[in-house]
Design a binder for this molecule. Structure first.
Ligand code: TMP
Length: 210
């Protein structure tokens, strides 16, 4: 073991950035370093969170406001913390997340117009812990992302190119708000992006000779 306690790691970015694949690869890599690792998706994972996710992504819910989105995403996240993340970190496990609060800042705060400060105020009120130890933003342009998403789009994905351009800008501005955040170009190959993610993590955690 290199450190005594596990860390709270988040991979985030625009739709189509490849973060689900990168989250799985990173969890496998940290496991290979001898750590106990758990990995979750936000929103979701818990029974309550998965139901909230269905409500959020249902394309028929066109009336949903950006503020309601903030509250629902935050509710799913609070439940995920209570059931999994909090206890896991207490047990010294590594938690590798597919999305977190950085998404609410970029989508609802920045692109949706709620404002990042308002999102952060809701987060402070609702969450035991606001920011992870490390956040890695996988950056992809809207056109590349669109080509990768060759399937039926959910309600958030259907919001259009202007919205998703602002989402990307919101993620690129995240280092202003979020400690230990890095942006990695996610247009490269899966293996190259994975290497970049591992290199950044090693640097932040001070893991030498790994
Ligand atoms: P996923 O498919 O990457 O799991 O994310 C579900 C969708 O929800 C995706 O379009 C991004 C969006 N989202 C937000 O708008 N705000 C948030 O806080 C989170 C976590 C996701």
């Amino acid at each position: 073991m290199i450190n005594k306690t596990g860390q709270f790691i988040v991979l985030d970015g625009p739709d189509g950035c490849g973060k689900s694949t990168q989250t799985r690869l990173l969890a496998e890599w940290i496991t290979g370093q001898g750590w106990e690792v758990v990995s979750y998706r936000d929103p979701g994972t818990t029974a309550i969170g998965e139901k909230i996710r269905e409500i959020l992504l249902d394309p028929s819910h066109t009336a949903m406001t950006d503020t309601v989105e903030v509250l629902l995403y935050m509710a799913a996240r609070a439940q995920l913390w209570a059931e999994h993340i909090g206890p896991d970190l207490e047990h010294g496990r590594f938690v590798v997340m597919d999305r977190w609060l950085s998404s609410t800042c970029a989508y609802q705060g920045y692109a949706g117009g709620v404002g990042v400060q308002k999102v952060l105020a809701v987060a402070e009120a609702a969450l035991e812990r606001v920011w992870p130890d490390v956040t890695i933003i996988l950056d992809v342009d809207v056109e590349t992302a669109r080509q990768r998403m060759n399937r039926d789009l959910d309600r958030m994905e259907q919001k259009g190119a202007d919205y998703h351009t602002r989402v990307r800008e919101g993620f690129l501005a995240m280092q202003k708000h979020c400690p230990n955040a890095a942006v990695i170009d996610a247009r490269a190959s899966v293996e190259r992006v994975h290497q970049g993610v591992c290199e950044y993590l090693k640097a932040v955690l001070g893991w030498q000779n790994v």
